[in-house]
Design a protein around this ligand. Structure first.
Ligand SMILES: Cc1cc2nc3c(=O)[nH]c(=O)nc-3n(C[C@H](O)[C@H](O)[C@H](O)COP(=O)(O)O)c2cc1C
Length: 192
């Protein structure tokens, strides 16, 4: 079982990273193959809108430090996306990554045909925010997971904490870490 985690906070020891760590530690203990990448440390561009991926290659023609990450996404069984909320949305590196995933949509999607190569994958979306009220920014997970499920992911889970970050609580609450651990146990056991 391959678990690929993409961290999208510029803070390598931040709260979203700590929640992801609990998930991957649990998954590793259950025998999963773990790969964790900090998007903030990579140099890559967002989608150029060239539509080359909708031609023969069906691949993104940009060659940069996201290229191997996209290949790892294809190989992963479980994709963990961990992002703080910035200005009411995912962070810029996460948005650029998601835009590059447009390359995974088969050209036939435009005419209502098959959409992509994501079938059977599972998403774990980890989200942290400064605002303490979960009513704020609750739209992010359904938007992102909706796209990925539309592209073939067959399950999406949210692990979220609110009211955290510099100037607030600097650690993930234990119940949120426990939720990440439970998600790993349930997903790994489902796939065993
Ligand atoms: C540029 C910037 C924008 C932010 N925008 C929001 C926001 O719109 N809503 C919110 O609740 N918190 C916002 N925050 C607070 C972060 O979401 C919070 O610090 C974060 O959850 C910390 O996660 P990390 O420790 O994984 O980096 C913002 C923080 C920064 C630095």
């Amino acid at each position: 079982m391959k678990v690929l985690t993409l961290l999208a906070s510029p803070r390598p020891k931040g709260i979203s990273a700590s929640i992801a760590q609990r998930f991957t530690d649990t998954a590793a203990a259950l025998g999963a193959d773990i790969d964790t990448i900090s998007l903030d440390r990579l140099t890559f561009r967002g989608c150029r809108g060239c539509y080359a991926c909708k031609g023969k290659s069906q691949r993104c023609i940009l060659l940069d430090e996201l290229t191997p990450v996209l290949a790892a996404v294809e190989a992963a069984d479980i994709l963990v996306l961990a992002t703080p909320v910035y200005f009411g949305d995912v962070t810029a590196p996460m948005k650029a990554f998601l835009d590059r995933c447009y390359a995974f949509l088969a050209p036939t999607y435009m005419s209502g045909g098959p959409r992509g190569r994501f079938s059977g994958k599972k998403l774990v979306f980890i989200s942290t925010q400064g605002h303490p009220d979960p009513e704020f920014f609750g739209d992010i997970f359904p938007r992102v997971s909706g796209f990925l499920e539309w592209m073939g992911f067959d399950e999406a889970r949210l692990v979220r904490t609110c009211g955290v970050g510099p100037g607030r609580s600097e650690a993930a609450p234990e119940e949120v870490l426990a939720a990440a651990e439970l998600a790993a146990r349930e997903l790994l056991q489902t796939q065993a």
